[in-house]
Design a protein around this ligand. Structure first.
Ligand SMILES: Nc1ncnc2c1ncn2[C@@H]1O[C@H](COP(=O)(O)OP(=O)(O)O[C@H]2O[C@H](CO)[C@@H](O)[C@H](O)[C@H]2O)[C@@H](O)[C@H]1O
Length: 472
């Protein structure tokens, strides 16, 4: 089978979060299972672009509304990632430092999708499956079905994976001419509450829709930023497939970002060495349990609750722990987290920004990972933490519910709580501190975590079965 994946992110080329991790790993594991995989993404100005060799494979032009744009498809020449990697260059629109966050993101990602479909229409053969990810690529299933110019592609089965239904790519109807000349009778497929909603259009047009855990699939029917009724209506073509972790990248025995490597046999000493280095750098006490938070500082992750939950934990649980936060996002949360540093000096520290290396060192050096998310489609952080022998302290939601079993339940290995609230987080921290102070039990749990298997093999097989179900 040949699968073409289309995405806004792919690690290590460009990553803003979990989408990048998944699109960097899934094609690799599908290739190992014997299939041909190609990934196409925008050409941003990233380190990976400048450090690798590229050849031009296609050049053409297309329209975005009334604007004629040239695009170029380049291919990485050495198959470095284990699959074919293509970048779409559209001068001035995509070649920027950041992936998202520009006023013209609608124009950027719509042009990208048009260029991909236009390029695909020139292929001499067709991929067997077109797999698109999140709203930035969700207009593609609509385009191959309903744009006259590309209707010869309509037989290619399309799969849309939703990594996050909160973001839907809403566009004003005044921009409807951005989509290449399309069958006007189909306006209802694009529309959701008087806006063009690319995610909704993708859900309606794709042959299959997947999301990244079973619980999130169910939860989207109750709460998905306005699309609840659509998920209920389309549930017959939706499936949940949990993400895996890429063990080439996330392995404490070989992780290139760590100086002190460890395995299950050297767990205690290895983690201690990583913890001491972190604590020395961030002025924390290595003899106390270290809690870390890594992630986007946004409402979905309940990052706004962190300042009070950390303050309350330190105050009410007698400073029996340390906290270290890494993340970026909403300015007021960033500021609050920064401001707390002087008040809780020696017990708390934060690093605002995106730092891949530090994140790996934190998974390795921490005792506990805090994830109080309000919404968590799958969550990779808790999987990485467990692989590194770090106990997850999570809210029971989405993929966190599916991957973390509370220590109070048979076979449990994590700490779970029900509500994204300061009280529940603080109680979770209290239970974690009590666990840490029972060193024998704590060590047993850490060993159990490192033995768990969250690899990609099972999930890759589920994707293969799903693709096969779409072939004649
Ligand atoms: N400041 C920072 N510095 C360094 N690294 C940082 C960082 N902030 C985040 N990261 C990294 O980004 C990734 C975050 O992945 P998640 O899956 O937990 O969340 P995200 O919301 O981005 O993904 C969405 O898509 C994924 C993939 O499907 C789902 O698992 C998830 O639930 C869904 O919300 C991890 O690799 C983490 O280490």
């Amino acid at each position: 089978m040949e699968i073409l994946h289309v995405s806004a992110e792919c690690y290590p080329v460009a990553k803003a979060g979990g989408l990048g991790d998944v699109v960097g790993a899934l094609p690799k594991y599908l290739t190992e299972a014997g299939h041909i995989n190609k990934v196409v993404m925008p050409m941003y100005r990233t380190k990976f672009l400048y450090e690798n060799k590229w050849e031009v494979v296609h050049k053409s032009s297309a329209y975005l509304g009334n604007t004629w744009f040239d695009y170029t498809i380049i291919k990485e020449t050495t198959n470095k990632l284990g699959f074919d990697l293509y970048l779409v260059d559209i001068n001035g629109l995509l070649d920027r430092e950041k992936i998202y966050g520009y006023a013209d993101d609608t124009e950027r990602f719509t042009s990208f999708q048009i260029a991909v479909v236009d390029w695909l229409s020139s292929w001499k053969h067709r991929p067997d499956i077109l797999h698109v990810h999140d709203h930035h690529t969700a207009l593609i299933p609509f385009m191959v079905k309903y744009c006259y110019q590309y209707s010869h592609l309509e037989d290619i089965p399309t799969v849309l994976t939703i990594h996050n239904a909160q973001y839907q790519g809403w566009m004003d109807w005044s921009k409807s001419d951005y989509i290449p000349h399309w069958d006007g009778w189909r306006w209802g497929i694009l529309d959701w509450n008087n806006m063009i909603n690319p995610l909704a259009a993708g859900i309606r047009s794709a042959w299959k829709v997947t999301t990244v855990s079973w619980s999130y699939l169910y939860e989207m029917r109750q709460d998905s930023n306005g699309l609840e009724a659509l998920f209920e209506y389309e549930k017959g073509k939706c499936a949940g497939i949990i993400n895996g972790i890429d063990s080439d990248v996330w392995n404490p025995e070989t992780d290139s970002y760590l100086t002190d490597h460890y395995s299950i046999d050297s767990l205690a000493a290895g983690k201690r060495a990583n913890k001491e280095a972190l604590c020395a750098e961030f002025n924390l006490n290595p003899d106390k349990p270290l809690f870390v938070f890594i992630g986007r500082l946004v409402g979905e992750k309940a990052a706004d609750l962190l300042p009070r939950a950390i303050g309350d934990s330190l105050y009410y649980i007698d400073q029996r722990m340390n906290f270290l936060v890494l993340g970026s996002g909403e300015t007021h949360v960033e500021q609050e987290l920064e401001n707390m540093r002087s008040y809780w000096m020696g017990f708390y520290n934060s690093k605002i920004g995106y730092n891949e290396q530090l994140s790996h060192r934190m998974y390795a050096g921490a005792d506990f990972l805090l994830m109080p998310s309000r919404v968590e489609p799958c969550g990779l952080n808790q999987l990485y933490a467990m692989r590194y022998g770090t106990v997850p302290v999570v809210r029971r939601t989405g993929g966190l519910r599916d991957t973390v079993i509370d220590i109070g339940e048979p076979g449990g290995y994590g700490i779970s709580f029900n509500n994204a609230s300061v009280g529940d987080i603080t109680h979770g921290v209290y239970r974690a501190v009590e666990l840490y102070e029972d060193q024998l039990r704590f060590d047993g749990i850490r060993r159990k975590l490192m033995e768990l298997d969250f690899g990609w093999d099972v999930s890759a097989k589920q994707y293969i079965d799903l693709y096969k179900s779409l072939l004649p």
